[in-house]
Design a protein around this ligand. Structure first.
Ligand SMILES: *C/C=C(C)/C=C/C=C(C)/C=C/C1=C(C)CCCC1(C)C
Length: 247
């Protein structure tokens, strides 16, 4: 609990940023971008047809939850020069399941069931809890936990690219199929940024130590991944709502 209350006490305190503090910089810009994206999604909501409003609301919730966490992560990193692993994973465990809800919402027109949504949510929670375990609880076994996490990730990729979600997208056709395909690419390529960050951050003494040796920084990789995946994912849903409201 100590670090939590410390970080709250320190919130609002100021530290000097140097020109080479790239990690602080990405926390700062990430926070701002998430706030701007949230305002954009929330304010555009009412201009859409009722059936799209929940999807846009969820896009806004994802970036808003991230904005709040980035506010704390920025402070935490500034104060301790240490990865804000706890806040990071609390953020993910809230926002990644919401992305699974987003898949469900856009596929509902084709008859997506709640069981598909829950399956994706459970897989994403397994992916994140095992990742947290490898990063924060048992870093000596980071390779093993990263492997289990990666297995859950691949099942998610399979489900949306080739499994039930894919069948539903094909059944829906049109704009939904197109949006589904772009979201699938986000999960395959955009989400693959995260294991790279994990390898950069937990590599010490592991077979993949070379990733960290390349000079890649875990927090910068995660921050870039979050900006692409949370804001980009939301924008895909937004343009789906725009194009099907026009139709
Ligand atoms: C907004 C946050 C998102 C989309 C976070 C996604 C996180 C992942 C896809 C993390 C995946 C991981 C692995 C596949 C293996 C290593 C451990 C993780 C948790 C970094």
């Amino acid at each position: 609990m100590g670090f939590l209350s410390n970080s709250i006490l320190l919130a609002g305190s100021m530290q000097k940023l140097g020109a080479t503090d790239y990690v602080d910089f990405t926390f700062f810009v990430g926070c701002m971008a998430m706030m701007a994206a949230s305002a954009f999604f929330f304010l555009s909501m009412s201009s859409f047809d009722k059936k799209w409003r929940t999807s846009i609301l969820v896009s806004g919730l994802i970036t808003f939850i991230a904005a709040v966490h980035y506010w704390y992560m920025r402070d935490y990193f500034g104060a301790f020069d240490e990865s804000p692993t706890f806040f990071r994973y609390v953020d993910w465990v809230l926002t990644v399941p919401l992305m699974c809800v987003e898949f469900y919402l856009i596929l509902k027109v084709a008859g997506a069931t709640k069981s598909l949504m829950w399956r994706l949510i459970v897989l994403s929670v397994i992916m994140l809890v095992t990742g947290y375990w490898g990063e924060a609880v048992a870093p000596g076994q980071a390779a093993l936990w990263g492997f289990i996490s990666g297995a859950a990730y691949f099942v998610i990729v399979y489900d949306i690219w080739l499994g039930k979600a894919k069948q539903l997208a094909v059944a829906a056709g049109g704009h939904v199929l197109k949006a589904h395909k772009i979201l699938c690419w986000f999960v395959l390529v955009g989400w693959a940024i995260y294991p790279l960050g994990y390898m950069a951050g937990t590599g010490a003494g592991q077979w993949y130590a070379f990733v960290g040796d390349l000079g890649l920084n875990m927090d910068i990789i995660y921050n870039i991944g979050d900006a692409i995946n949370k804001i980009g994912f939301g924008l895909v849903v937004y343009s789906l709502a725009v194009s099907s409201s026009e139709a």
